[in-house]
Design a protein around this ligand. Structure first.
Ligand SMILES: Nc1ncnc2c1ncn2[C@@H]1O[C@H](COP(=O)(O)OP(=O)(O)OP(=O)(O)O)[C@@H](O)[C@H]1O
Ligand SMILES: [Mg+2]
Length: 414
């Protein structure tokens, strides 16, 4: 047998084994075609062990045989190969006697079978029968045949790996879908629960408000403290709910025309109680431009962004400190809001992290009883839902300036 022929056959088989687009059966068929051509035989087949009892024809020069199962008994040559894990070469008719009269159908004399092994265990049989021309397999043909039997295993292993990968991928997908379903139910339940807290809390707030007008001055401080506590709780609940909605893209923004000065004043007045308790003085730096003094956005959301930033500024500042609040129009299409305090500042390495959920730098000395580390996360999501961005500027020693920049494009008419 010519060296070139062998080389070509091995190259083709290697290429076929590696081809990820071919199906397993197509691979075996191409390998067999190459083996039969190379060994110069009329017939050939590749059989694979199914369990311990059967060999199934996976590829054959006679397509009608594909899928047939042959029980493993000592009588057939392929069973002999499986049981003995050895190559079977019959060059002379006389040798066939060891199997009785079971393969009288082989017209020509010579046939060659090799075990297909994986980890030293037989997993199949590669066979060629009815050699054409010279009625004998030469030594070099036998060697090539063995090496091809070795290659078949690589196709098998590739197939097994791909199959097991497919299985684990689909298992992972299923688990993922199930996890997402459970997570969705959990989130919905959680949101429902949080949402239901708002009702009774609004009742408490309304009643405390009535009480604050009727109570005598000696007890007013207690009522004010209760009011501030309820306000904080209400803000925390709203932040939690809106973070979930914004993350899921379920919060529809209602855009309207807004006067920034008006927006800031309303946010400040809503925090009147806390500002009074902490004796904070607000310095307003509003710079409406000559041509522009309007912007567009979801008023409710933006109010709460400013409230969150103002609350932080007041809580992280010392008692009786000043907090600067303002805005300015930038370029032709942007507005920047800023809230500047003289608190402890935010170190550079945490200036991104504080916008993540539940990140709090230290147990504060701000006297707040309740805080969750969700305020800035809400601000970031709400600002980003307006296609804006938010950041903090601070030297990490004294003072922070929180800024958020929004496009002033009119979304009402978009
Ligand atoms: N003005 C500020 N000065 C110094 N540190 C700040 C300031 N604002 C925020 N931080 C830091 O960022 C952290 C996160 O702020 P965020 O508003 O998200 O949460 P929180 O105020 O701790 O709790 P919550 O707002 O949910 O009640 C704060 O705990 C604090 O460490
Ligand atoms: Mg906060």
């Amino acid at each position: 047998m010519g060296q070139t022929k062998i080389f070509e056959a091995l190259m083709t088989i290697t290429r076929v084994c590696k081809d990820t687009k071919l199906s397993f059966k197509a691979k075996l068929h191409l390998i067999l075609t190459e083996v039969v051509r190379c060994m110069n035989t009329e017939k050939g087949s590749i059989m694979i062990l199914k369990g311990r009892k059967y060999l199934e024809v996976m590829a054959s020069t006679h397509p009608e045989l594909i899928g047939l199962r042959q029980p493993i008994d000592m009588k057939s040559p392929s069973s002999w190969v499986v049981k003995n894990n050895k190559v079977l070469l019959i060059n002379r008719m006389a040798d066939k006697a060891i199997f009785g009269n079971d393969f009288h159908h082989y017209a020509k004399e010579a046939f060659l079978l090799a075990p297909i092994q994986s980890n030293n265990r037989v997993v199949g049989v590669l066979s060629v029968t009815e050699k054409m021309g010279e009625d004998k397999f030469s030594q070099s043909e036998q060697e090539v045949f063995l090496s091809i039997a070795g290659q078949v295993i690589s196709a098998l292993e590739n197939h097994r790996l791909t199959e097991s990968l497919k299985k684990s991928r689909s298992l992972l997908n299923k688990k993922n879908i199930e996890l997402k379903r459970i997570e969705k139910i959990r989130t919905e339940l959680f949101n429902m629960l949080i949402h239901d807290l708002k009702g009774p809390l609004s009742d408490i707030l309304a009643n405390i408000d009535i009480l604050s007008y009727t109570i005598n001055d000696n007890n007013l401080d207690y009522v004010k403290a209760a009011q501030a506590g309820c306000d904080t709780l209400y803000r925390m609940i709203s932040d939690l709910l809106d973070i979930a909605r914004l993350e899921e893209g379920n919060l529809k923004l209602v855009f309207e025309e807004i006067e920034p000065e008006d927006l800031m004043n309303e946010a400040i007045s809503r925090l009147h109680t806390l500002a009074k308790i902490r004796e904070i003085k607000f310095i307003k730096k509003f710079q409406p431009s000559e041509r522009k003094n309007k912007m567009y956005g979801d008023r409710g959301l933006l109010l709460r962004v400013i409230q969150n930033l103002l609350t932080n500024a007041m809580c992280f500042s010392d008692q009786r400190e000043a907090v600067e609040v303002g805005f300015e129009f930038r370029d032709s299409d942007k507005i920047i809001f800023f809230i500047r305090d003289n608190g402890p500042g935010v170190p550079l390495e945490f200036q991104d992290a504080i916008f993540n959920k539940f990140v709090q730098l230290s147990k504060k000395k701000d006297g707040r009883k309740y805080s969750t580390g969700l305020g800035l996360t809400f601000c970031k999501l709400a600002v980003e839902a307006h296609d804006g961005n938010i950041l903090v500027e601070s030297d990490g020693i004294k003072g922070s300036c929180f800024k958020f920049i929004l496009p002033i494009i009119n979304r009402e008419i978009l």
